[in-house]
Design a protein around this ligand. Structure first.
Ligand code: NAG
Ligand code: NAG
Ligand code: NAG
Ligand code: NAG
Ligand code: NAG
Ligand code: NAG
Length: 637
């Protein structure tokens, strides 16, 4: 049976009992039956009915097992048709790097549709929701457009651009049949030692709030405060990680955020007020704690603040295995973990592997009265509300007409614009009267040097193709070297040396050098770093090249790094963050086709022992202050 047939069956198999009897009572002829076929649907199946009515109708038909199934999200790795059907699974995810064997859009679409067919084959035919981390473009998919990570987007201060980035990402998700992403991250990173700092738009709450406009790009526009997805070119979004993920002590990943309630609200909760107003469909919890209490069990912040006081109507989802680590001893008492998290107000659990254990534990807790049916119904109501409001019941399967959007030229143009607007010019010329940039496209010889000059993987950073990211030609894209070659005159000789000695650099007799160095890729806790220095190879390249040839240094990094000791060697210095696949956005500005417009989304410290140090702190002695950024030949903005 193909998926289309299954879908039709699922759509019609409720055409039974009452509704069918009503039609038969009305009609004698077959023609009449045809005319009244619309009556042959249950309320929940009827897209003309209001969402809330459809939710209540469907909820009233569901068994406890079907409800628990909706609350269960599993990894694609353990999912198949039978599992989806037998356990009425409500949602499936691809975690970082979890992909079908083939990287074509068709393979993705088939995988999602096959699992959907299992969900549609259940008694009530409730479609499952497939979710994935598309945090800088559809980053698990080979050939997708990779946009700058959020730290760079924050430097643009351009909500309209970020909205277009969201819209392009939604199209690329739809190209693979996926209607849901675990983005945006609206963390306010208060300490760049944190390995996820690049996922944060800014250290400043007001910049993060402004950038929540990305939700309009992902989901479209709807009624303020109500979850929605406006049409099939859009996807459901997920604001994360609620709350205080960027405020942990010393920037330790998933650690403790120690703050008063007032400061927590002012700094970290505020962006959620905007996300909810902009209709975000779901919110993911943070692994971290607030004043020693794990967020995954914080009833006050989830049920009272988020749901009651802020009026969030979508569903709250755990992070991956997020409930497993509620107790200090992992997995010590899974029953307690399920009890505490569900009663705190979690609606969907990213289990994601041992779903049988989760399901049987939750079932027992409900049957023994530890978790009320009212709590289960609240969770399922929210999940169904999101599914109905995004049109998932009407369009559960991949729309293959979206395939051409993956890595499309239009989307790459948006990414290129995002790159050029996210670059921050921090130094231009050894003296103010002699700016070094823009560079001439008509030089005789140009030296392009550094570990990061010709490497798409390093340009993209973590969360690209794999969870941690990696160096090399991991996906389609334009490196800075490619872009330089394309930008300069055909008569210009471009010399590439990854790590030249001073002697080699001198011998090139280049008119100028472009040195591109930075961090290796990382994600989450693996990126926690207390020294924040440029890896050694980069430092020696800066020293070797800049001592011999007038140089522009471009830093590729997920956060500010220690640069003060090397600045005097450089003619010019640009922070490029993690720009993604479109390296030509870099050459657009350094050769002067566009001016620099980026301004720092973060404070640039002198040394790591100053940290944490944020804009507004009483002691504030940065190398470059928050919001600093030069235009070419102009005064600081
Ligand atoms: C699903 O249920 C069918 C019928 O009871 C059974 O044969 C099959 O083994 C089950 N599969 C899984 C993965 O639970
Ligand atoms: C994908 O590859 C894995 C490992 O090689 C294999 O076990 C699995 O059956 C493959 N899946 C498909 C759908 O081809
Ligand atoms: C925070 O990190 C410290 C040091 O690694 C660790 O001992 C502590 O358990 C962590 N706290 C939380 C809440 O994770
Ligand atoms: C596990 O947690 C449950 C619920 O809090 C509790 O009733 C039970 O005694 C705990 N079991 C152990 C072995 O600690
Ligand atoms: C490029 O440089 C060459 C050599 O210096 C010069 O003759 C030529 O006029 C320049 N072309 C442009 C368009 O500036
Ligand atoms: C800085 O910290 C990182 C991450 O812990 C480590 O890999 C690196 O070797 C350290 N560098 C220096 C110079 O200490």
């Amino acid at each position: 049976m193909d998926v289309q047939t299954r879908e039709n069956q699922a759509r019609n198999h409720c055409c039974s009992s009452m509704a069918l009897r009503k039609v038969i009572a009305l009609c004698i002829t077959i023609a009449c039956l045809h005319d009244h076929v619309a009556l042959c649907t249950e309320i929940y199946e009827d897209s003309n009915q209001p969402v809330e009515l459809r939710v209540q109708d469907l909820l009233s038909r569901m068994t406890l097992d079907e409800k628990i199934g909706q609350m269960t999200q599993i990894e694609r790795y353990v999912a198949n048709f039978d599992v989806m059907k037998n356990f009425s699974i409500g949602s499936v995810l691809s975690s970082g790097g979890s992909t079908p064997n083939s990287s074509t859009t068709e393979a993705w679409q088939n995988m999602v549709d096959d699992l959907q067919a299992g969900a549609l084959a259940t008694r009530l035919g409730i479609p499952m929701l497939y979710g994935i981390d598309a945090i800088h473009g559809h980053n698990n998919v080979y050939g997708a457009t990779i946009f700058p990570h959020n730290i760079g987007l924050g430097c643009t201060r351009d909500p309209d651009l970020v909205r277009r980035v969201g819209a392009a990402t939604a199209l690329e998700l739809r190209a693979t049949g996926i209607p849901y992403t675990f983005a945006p991250c609206i963390a306010v990173c208060r300490d760049p030692r944190w390995g996820r700092c690049y996922e944060s738009f800014s250290e400043d709450t007001s910049v993060v709030r402004m950038m929540t406009d990305v939700i309009y790009g992902l989901q479209g526009n709807g009624t303020p405060g109500i979850p929605f997805v406006s049409d099939r070119s859009k996807v459901a979004a997920c604001a994360k990680h609620y709350v205080g993920d960027g405020g942990t002590q010393r920037g330790i990943n998933s650690n403790d955020t120690i703050l008063s309630y007032e400061d927590l609200f002012r700094i970290h909760v505020a962006p959620y007020v905007d996300a909810i107003a902009k209709g975000v469909s779901t919110i993911m919890l943070s692994y971290s704690s607030w004043n020693g209490v794990k967020m995954h069990m914080n009833h006050r912040l989830i049920s009272t603040l988020l749901k009651q006081e802020l009026g969030f109507k979508g569903f709250v989802i755990s992070d991956m295995e997020g409930i497993d680590f509620i107790t200090d001893i992992p997995d010590a008492n899974y029953t307690a973990s399920v009890l505490e998290s569900i009663n705190a107000g979690l609606d969907m659990i990213m289990v994601p592997f041992d779903y049988e254990k989760f399901i049987s534990t939750l079932r027992t807790l409900v049957n023994t009265g530890y978790i009320s049916m009212q709590r289960i119904d609240d969770a399922v109501t929210r999940i169904l509300r999101v599914k109905f409001s995004m049109g998932l019941f009407e369009h559960p399967l991949a729309d293959r007409s979206f395939s051409p959007h993956l890595g499309s030229q239009d989307n790459r143009m948006v990414a290129r614009e995002a790159v050029r607007k996210s670059l921050v010019l921090l130094k231009n010329g050894k003296t103010e009267s002699r700016p070094f940039l823009p560079l001439s496209k008509n030089a005789t010889r140009v030296l392009v040097a550094g570990t990061h000059a010709d490497d798409v993987g390093l340009q993209c950073g973590g969360w690209t193709i794999s969870w941690q990211g990696s160096a090399g030609s991991i996906t389609k894209g334009t490196t800075v070297l490619d872009a330089v070659k394309a930008a300069v005159f055909t008569t210009t000789q471009v010399i590439h040396e990854a790590s030249p000695t001073a002697e080699v650099a001198a011998k090139t007799k280049a008119d100028f050098a472009i040195v591109v160095v930075g961090e290796q890729p990382y994600a989450e806790g693996a990126g926690d770093n207390t020294n924040l220095t440029i890896p050694d190879e980069g430092i020696s390249t800066i020293k070797n090249v800049c001592s011999e040839v007038k140089c522009l240094v471009i830093l590729i990094s997920g956060r500010p790094l220690v640069v003060e000791p090397y600045l005097p060697l450089m003619e010019a210095f640009v922070a490029a963050w993690l720009p993604g696949t479109e390296g030509n956005g870099v050459t657009d500005v350094i050769f002067g086709d566009y001016d620099f417009v980026g301004s720092l989304s973060r404070t640039w410290f002198k040394s790591a022992d100053q940290l944490p140090m944020n804009f507004g702190d009483p002691i504030y002695d940065p190398l470059f202050r928050f919001a600093f950024g030069l235009g070419m030949g102009k005064l600081p903005r």
